[in-house]
Design a protein around this ligand. Structure first.
Ligand code: ZN
Length: 132
């Protein structure tokens, strides 16, 4: 039973059983039922606002999820762009083959002095880079 139904039931009891047998009691019970009605009405309004807020929050949650997806896609795109920039610039990097282990690796000629040894990242051995 809802609050409204309980109040209606109470009103029926008061009327049906002639509880209010004096004008004073009649006034009292009318005020009581009226107060309960007001309470029920306030609760219903509250519930309505609550439901509206709930709908709003659900919508907001959906919107945030969509935004998150958009942001993820955007970040992924940005990341792909960054990778393009990280591609080796052939003018700055040169490929060299390690005379110790025979593996190729890239190094930056501008970062080395002419008589400085190169360090192989594969076997860790230093060697002189070939002059061309
Ligand atoms: Zn090596």
């Amino acid at each position: 039973m809802s609050a409204r139904e309980k109040i209606a039931y109470l009103r029926g009891l008061i009327d049906g059983q002639k509880v209010a047998d004096t004008p004073e009691k009649e006034k009292f019970f009318a005020a009581l039922v009226d107060a309960l009605d007001s309470l029920a009405e306030a609760m219903e309004e509250h519930e309505e606002v609550h439901n509206e807020l709930n709908d709003y929050l659900e919508q907001l949650d959906e919107d945030v999820s969509e935004l998150e997806d958009d942001l993820d896609a955007l970040i992924e795109e940005e990341y792909d762009d960054d990778e393009d920039y990280e591609d080796f610039d052939e003018e700055e990097y040169a490929s060299v083959t390690c005379p110790e282990c025979g593996k190729d690796f890239y190094y930056e000629p501008a970062a080395y002095d002419e008589d400085e040894d190169l360090l192989c990242p594969h076997c860790g051995k230093p060697f002189k880079y070939p002059e061309d």
